[in-house]
Design a protein around this ligand. Structure first.
Ligand SMILES: [Zn+2]
Length: 320
């Protein structure tokens, strides 16, 4: 009669020991954790401005590519094929929005947009990777004008496709990066306002904020293909990262400095999620061809593409 409680106690202790000592399942990162950024190997020397240029040439040959156009569809198919060639997995983000002037309540028809995302890891889209490199693909809608936007949409796209090739030479490095091509950066009715433009980056910002984990650093490239108007960066870029950025640019023969004032572009919706954003953009206000039919392949320099592409890669090799 006295032994029973002891056996019972031993049994309870055995169960407790098993419970506390059993191997724990891998912890799921807490919701909203930012995926830590570690420096990537320096792959900059492999980046070819000529190769980036060839992609821009191919894209311009598809003609204007405003949202939901034939040119946009052809560009998407081209990009998907190029990413697949370099071993990247792509994902289309399709959505619709109604463009409207500020304060206007209208029943204009909805426009279909498509962002294109690419990952080199096993691509679990509910989880993020540390770095997002992005730019817009769409060309500004200009009725009756053959506007191919070689610099304004083309240059960033060509650089991102070449970055995909270079990063894929080191799969471990590539697994740290998500490449994103935005649709609908350009306003459909006039200049970018709160209710028109940045459609793709707004959609993407909302989508990543719903993921289980978040990136640590985002980069937006825009209008970076003309040597006469080299890339500048956003003055609100975190100061603790700008030293590494300027050093990376110097090593890439790019005289990089912050631009004056603030520019509303695709980095702004992403900053709204708390993400540290680097925005590299040429001085479009001084480009005589900006938002004009003169934005053709002739304004693009392979050297400017190479300097920008290499700056991005050298920065990612230094950033902590
Ligand atoms: Zn534009």
């Amino acid at each position: 009669m006295k032994r029973a409680p002891i056996l019972l106690l031993l049994a309870v202790l055995a169960v407790a020991a098993w419970y506390f000592m059993k191997p724990k399942p891998a912890a799921t990162p807490a919701l909203g954790t930012r995926v830590a950024l570690t420096p990537l190997p320096d792959l900059a020397a492999q980046f070819s401005g000529e190769k980036a240029y060839e992609h821009i040439k191919a894209i311009c040959a598809f003609g204007p590519r405003p949202p939901a156009s034939e040119g946009y569809a052809k560009t998407l198919a081209y990009l998907e094929a190029e990413f697949a060639k370099a071993g990247w997995t792509t994902e289309r983000q399709n959505f619709e929005r109604v463009p409207r002037f500020l304060g206007e309540s209208t029943n204009r028809p909805a426009v279909k947009f498509t962002n294109l995302l690419a990952r080199h890891d096993k691509a679990d889209w509910k989880q993020s990777v540390p770095v997002v490199i992005s730019g817009h693909v769409d060309s500004k809608l200009m009725e009756g004008v053959p506007f191919v936007a070689a610099n304004d949409g083309g240059s960033s796209t060509g650089i991102i496709v070449e970055l995909a090739r270079v990063l894929a030479t080191d799969p471990k490095a590539a697994a740290n990066v998500e490449l994103v091509l935005f649709d609908g950066e350009e306003a459909l009715l006039g200049n970018i306002t709160e209710s028109d433009g940045l459609y793709g980056s707004k959609y993407y910002a909302r989508e990543i904020s719903l993921r289980q984990t978040w990136p640590s650093l985002g980069i937006v490239l825009d209008l970076v293909g003309d040597k006469e108007y080299p890339a500048r960066y956003n003055p609100d870029f975190p100061r603790n990262l700008s030293t590494a950025l300027e050093a990376a640019a110097k090593d890439s023969s790019l005289a990089l400095r912050p631009y004056d004032g603030l520019i509303t572009d695709d980095h702004v919706p992403l900053q709204g999620t708390g993400l540290q954003m680097l925005h590299l953009i040429g001085d479009f206000g001084s480009m005589p061809y900006w938002h004009k039919p003169g934005d053709t392949l002739e304004v693009i320099d392979a050297e400017a593409l190479e300097q920008t592409g290499r700056t991005v890669l050298r920065f990612l090799a230094r950033v902590k």
